[in-house]
Write a protein that binds this ligand. Structure first.
Ligand SMILES: C[S@@+](CC[C@H](N)C(=O)[O-])C[C@H]1O[C@@H](n2cnc3c(N)ncnc32)[C@H](O)[C@@H]1O
Length: 208
């Protein structure tokens, strides 16, 4: 396995994508769609897809060697509910998926861009959250982990103040959660911050 840079600047990867026909990429498509953005070595992705064979799981990763590696692993495991894409997560979600098509988005240890001045480069920024409000179904969820406290606080505060996202607990999910980067953080005794937000199409004030 060649050594590859851990973090790629997504601004160097612009390739636009065409709309994806979910029924052609998932042989048993049943309407569910969960997306793992920046799956890296795919530890979480493989565990999750194997555990939930009735959910359709799509992964997007900007580093091609990781996509090739995970494709091989998924084939070895005979996973048929998965689809992997090489590309920039933001662009892929924007171009390939219909609005209100995603049930769950996973963004685990998304990026190293900690400074406010690097905000535009981050995977989870205001533009990404706007995109989530288009692509998530009502009741859809966004799952996030990071070991970078300042990044977590920024993301968490932004989502807390968003009228269409509410923070929820999902203990069952975290009980089964594992990711390469989380294991790595724990080995190095770094705290892993995590949160889950649920999206609704109407705001609380609209429904009064
Ligand atoms: C720190 S690793 C975490 C990998 C995995 N999620 C985990 O928890 O072990 C971050 C991953 O996100 C990928 N990534 C960063 N920005 C991305 C983007 N805009 N689109 C797709 N992948 C991205 C990187 O290439 C890297 O593999």
């Amino acid at each position: 396995m060649p050594r590859v840079r851990t973090h790629s600047n997504p601004f160097h990867y612009y390739e636009r994508q065409s709309k994806l026909d979910l029924t052609s990429v998932f042989p048993r498509f049943n309407g569910t769609l969960d997306v793992d953005i920046g799956f890296g070595r795919g530890v979480f992705f493989r565990h999750y897809a194997a555990r939930y064979p009735d959910r359709n799981v799509m992964g997007v990763e900007i580093r091609k060697p990781m996509v090739e590696l995970l494709k091989e692993r998924c084939q070895e495991m005979e996973l048929t509910n998965v689809h992997l894409i090489h590309g920039n997560g933001h662009i892929c979600l924007e171009d390939m998926l219909e609005d209100r098509s995603i049930d769950r988005i996973f963004a685990f240890h998304p990026d190293p861009w900690m400074k406010k001045s690097h905000h535009k480069r981050r995977l989870i920024n205001h533009k990404f959250i706007d995109l989530m409000t288009q692509k998530l179904k009502s009741g859809g969820r966004l799952y996030i982990t990071t070991d970078v406290e300042v990044l977590f606080r920024d993301i968490h505060e932004t989502l807390l103040s968003h009228p269409q996202f509410s923070e929820i607990t999902d203990d069952d999910f975290w009980f089964n959660y594992t990711s390469h980067w989380t294991e790595f953080s724990q080995q190095e005794s770094r705290t892993v911050y995590r949160c889950v937000f649920e999206f609704t199409t109407s705001t609380a004030s609209e429904s009064l």
